[in-house]
Design a protein around this ligand. Structure first.
Ligand SMILES: NC(=O)c1ccc[n+]([C@@H]2O[C@H](COP(=O)([O-])OP(=O)(O)OC[C@H]3O[C@@H](n4cnc5c(N)ncnc54)[C@H](OP(=O)(O)O)[C@@H]3O)[C@@H](O)[C@H]2O)c1
Length: 304
């Protein structure tokens, strides 16, 4: 049985579908089992749990051989703050997995995770990587670039398709790498299937680099409509990030991360990773084409 923590999210649900297709038994841990109804119908076992609740983590890890940690709370506030869920909660999950005798733990970190990163979220990712590496559990750490599902579609494509407009943090002219959550799930499955992947830290990215503005143009072209694009300048983000921090630390982090995305090299060449692990990766254009046609197909027909 594989436990997926964050099984209702973009990566977790893609992983659950993939693992089930490949005949693995899957348990999804979620705070709200109703969110996992579709996966339950596909055969997943669903368990209610919360990274802030130690007892629920022990229950979730019971009789589990592998764990995929695919949860996060970057926008969380108060009791759901990133420091509680992403830091302490993940350390508790690692402890629970160890106590339950889990054989392999796959942790989803992030491309760029480092102790000196300007955003706390990436510093926490690094801290949890270290905690796992010292846990004596067999582990694999995945460091994916930005998911197409969230950074291309949810933040750029969806507003264009639904409202004909989008607001970008920064100029959006810096090239960066996007990867499909489904492709990250393929690496997670490989890690759980291959004992040789234990002890490895793997950077996972898509086949090409794109700027946010290029993604805007791609959606416009594929949807056949022009979008109104507005920009929040970096100067404004620099002033706003510390001001909003006491009220909304998550939003403050997203602002800091956006400044970092817009001012540092976020490109990635998957060549080296693919040499070792030859996994077919979807191109952004093909992935977006699928999203656009499924959204346009689901639009109600306009009465003439
Ligand atoms: N999105 C990206 O571009 C990106 C890039 C690099 C790395 N990553 C990492 O990849 C992983 C998956 O990200 P994602 O974008 O797929 O996530 P997502 O779609 O935003 O989903 C977040 C998941 O976290 C779970 N969660 C939140 N708070 C929780 C808590 N207190 N206890 C238990 N579960 C909790 C949610 O589960 P319920 O609501 O069902 O409880 C949900 O399934 C994360 O570790 C993320 O940091 C993401």
């Amino acid at each position: 049985m594989i436990l997926i923590v964050g099984g209702t999210g973009a990566l977790g649900s893609a992983a659950a579908r993939l693992f089930l297709q490949r005949g693995r038994k899957v348990r999804i841990m979620t705070r709200d089992p109703q969110k996992a109804e579709a996966l339950k119908k596909l055969g997943a076992d669903i368990i209610q749990g919360d990274l802030r609740d130690k007892a629920s983590l022990a229950r979730a890890c019971d009789h589990v051989e592998g764990v995929l940690a695919a949860a996060h709370s970057i926008m969380g506030r108060g009791a759901a703050a990133s420091s509680k869920v992403d830091s302490l909660g993940h350390k508790w999950l690692i402890n629970a997995a160890k106590e339950a005798g889990v054989r392999h733990f796959v942790y989803t970190s992030a491309f760029g995770a480092a102790p000196t990163h300007p955003a706390q979220f990436y510093r926490i990712k690094h801290e949890v990587e270290q905690y796992l590496q010292h846990s004596h559990l067999a582990y694999t750490i995945l460091r994916p670039t930005a998911f197409m599902d969230s950074h291309a579609h949810m933040l750029i494509g969806q507003p264009i398709l639904e409202k004909g407009k989008v607001s970008l943090f920064g100029a959006g002219e810096a090239p960066r790498n996007f990867v499909a959550a489904h492709d990250v799930a393929q690496f997670a499955l490989l890690a759980l299937n291959m004992p040789q992947m234990a002890g490895k830290v793997i950077e996972v990215g898509g086949p090409e680099n794109w700027t946010n503005m290029e993604v805007v143009r791609l959606y416009e072209r594929l949807a056949g409509r022009q979008a109104k694009v507005s920009h929040v300048p970096l100067g404004a983000l620099r002033v706003m990030a510390p001001l909003v921090r006491p009220f909304h630390p998550g939003l403050s982090q997203v602002m800091r991360t956006s400044i970092w995305f817009d001012t540092t090299d976020q490109t990635f060449d998957p060549g080296q990773t693919l040499q070792k692990y030859p996994i077919p990766l979807i191109k952004l254009e093909d992935w977006v084409e699928k999203q656009v046609s499924s959204e346009l197909d689901s639009e109600p027909a306009v009465a003439s």
